[in-house]
Design a protein around this ligand. Structure first.
Ligand code: GDP
Length: 522
């Protein structure tokens, strides 16, 4: 086994999916504490952008120095190199989240045990499920009264269609929380105890002999009853199913009181897969420990540090090893690029990359070379990673520069923010007007804020409202088909599409032009 293979095997790269408020930030913070990245709780919270009001979000984003280091968090834990990819919590930023999920090898799903599966979790789960990667579930907030654990497990199957397999089981909850019956490790983990005597072993018959009082406790007895029930009627642990994303191991705990998080992290590190082979060039398999470096851009962020007008392209390494100054080819243009200026995300400081391999993320300082979804490769053989999904915007605005004398900064800002994937740009088919499309309203607010603050360009936005975007076969296009109710525009590849005022307008169009093919994207 070569050194590269060894290194790749150590990588664990994942994202956390959850509904706002389920506890993603809190559990991330606990993991960083275990990884020795931060020394006290509250560090991550301070920069959280999850569910702030728009103005707060912007104020936080202005301090980009903090937020960037946290969009990828890397640390060593038990001889493994962990990469946590952060995803914006606000649902208006779901586009960014979806793309980040394309760059991970596993997902952790955090559920509020009082609320069960909430809408945002369900949406993100679907994306992860489609990728077929393993999903680990953490049922959070056990220190509060929540729903019956058996219900929570059943809901996984009912609402998400995934088998849940309990790795541990609560002994009481809320004020009565006593601990966890740790099925996987054959021990009891006591709640609120010192590190040393937190764990009580179970004997070979599964009996708890070291704490008579607890063993006699009715809550403990009812936990045993549940466990008997699980043994009889529950799902059995199946590693293959887990790795294919057809079964999720379920852990209970409380992120806030740091209870059950370590047990969760330990099991995760053991069970979660190292970077796997990727399908590239449509149907070829590329091993993660292939010696030639390759990767893809899944996120671009500009002006992260207001003092240096920089732009970082986040690259997920798919194969090989990244070395500073490496020469690569950009698959989209065939042009060579030398990657001199890169950063990795070890600890809380940005440091120059030293030993990034498949599974890791590197940030490339970019002067406008890269777009989201770009593939880069170092070898002679061209490597193209699958396209990242583009989500069809639902809200549209026409945009103009307030000050016509400032066209240059307007175009510059616009280009950069579009390349960053912050918003999607369309042009009027014959007018070349700028039309912006977004999945959520907040994206427009952030867009105009950043145009003004980062590019000194004030913009005017004129709403076109909610629209249904449908692409049309260019051969069938007649510009006369366009009206205010079905606006004809072109996307960034020059492909024509109609923005229908509503479903009714679309139906009307279909009746009038029955032979014209209309297609939707994701
Ligand atoms: P996020 O929106 O998913 O990142 O959620 P946060 O981590 O910010 O948590 C949302 C709220 O729930 C915060 O007030 C946390 O302090 C609280 N919280 C998180 N984990 C727990 C937990 O285990 N128990 C309790 N009682 N509260 C928690």
């Amino acid at each position: 086994m070569t050194k590269l293979t060894d290194e790749v095997k150590k990588r664990r790269t994942f994202a956390i999916i959850s509904h706002p408020d389920a506890g993603k930030t809190t559990i991330t913070e606990q993991m960083l504490l275990f990884g020795g990245v931060i020394r006290s709780a509250g560090t991550v919270k301070a920069r959280k952008s999850g569910h702030y009001a728009t103005s707060d979000w912007m104020a936080i984003e202005k301090k980009r120095g903090i937020s960037v280091t946290s969009s990828v968090m890397q640390f060593e834990y038990q001889g493994k190199r962990i990469n946590i990819l952060d995803t914006p919590g606000h649902q208006d930023f779901s586009e960014d989240t979806y793309r980040t999920l394309m760059a991970v090898d596993a997902a952790v799903m955090v559920i509020d045990s009082a609320k069960g599966i909430e809408p945002q979790t369900k949406k993100l789960f679907k994306v992860v499920k489609k990728r077929g990667i393993p999903i680990f579930t953490f049922m959070n907030k056990l220190d509060r009264d929540g729903r019956e654990p058996l219900d929570l497990i059943a809901e996984l199957e009912d609402l998400l269609g995934i088998e849940g397999v309990a790795m541990n089981w609560p002994i009481g909850m809320g004020k009565q929380l006593k601990g966890l019956y740790d099925i996987a490790n054959n021990r009891v983990e006591l709640y609120r105890k010192d590190e040393d005597d937190r764990y009580l072993p179970l004997d070979e018959n599964g009996k708890l002999s070291e704490d008579e009082a607890l063993a006699q406790d009715s809550l403990y007895q009812s936990t045993l009853d549940d466990i008997d029930l699980l043994k009889e009627a529950g799902n059995t642990f199946d590693k293959d199913k887990i790795l294919r994303g057809n079964q999720t191991p379920v852990f209970f705990g409380s992120a806030l009181t740091n209870f059950g998080v370590e047990t969760f992290l330990d099991s995760f590190v053991n069970l979660a897969p190292a970077p796997q082979e990727h399908v590239v060039n449509e149907d070829e398999k590329l091993a993660a420990d292939d010696p030639e470096f390759s990767g893809f851009v899944f996120k671009i962020q500009a002006n992260m540090n207001p003092n240096h007008r920089d732009r970082i392209a986040f690259v997920r390494i798919g194969s090989g090893e990244f070395k500073k100054g490496i020469d690569v080819t950009l698959a989209r243009t065939g042009k060579p690029v030398r990657l001199n200026n890169a950063t990795e995300f070890m600890s809380s400081e940005r440091v120059q990359v030293s030993d990034a391999v498949a599974g890791d993320i590197v940030g490339l300082y970019d002067t406008g070379n890269f777009q989201i979804g770009d593939s880069i490769y170092a070898g002679k053989k061209k490597i193209v990673y699958p396209e990242l999904p583009q989500f069809t915007p639902e809200i549209f605005m026409r945009v103009t520069a307030k000050n016509v004398m400032k066209q240059k900064s307007f175009h510059k800002g616009m280009n950069q923010l579009v390349q960053e994937g912050a918003i999607q740009l369309y042009r009027g088919y014959s007018t070349d007007d700028y039309i912006l499309g977004a999945v959520g309203q907040l994206q427009f607010e952030v867009f105009s804020f950043r145009m003004k603050n980062e590019y000194n360009s004030e913009v005017e936005l004129h709403t076109l409202g909610n629209r249904v975007a449908r692409w049309i076969n260019p051969d069938q296009l007649d510009p006369k088909m366009s009206s205010s109710r079905n606006l004809l525009v072109k996307d960034r590849d020059g492909e024509p599409l109609f923005l229908f005022e509503n479903a009714f307008a679309e139906r009307w169009f279909k009746d009038k032009y029955p032979d014209v093919e209309l297609t939707s994207r994701l």
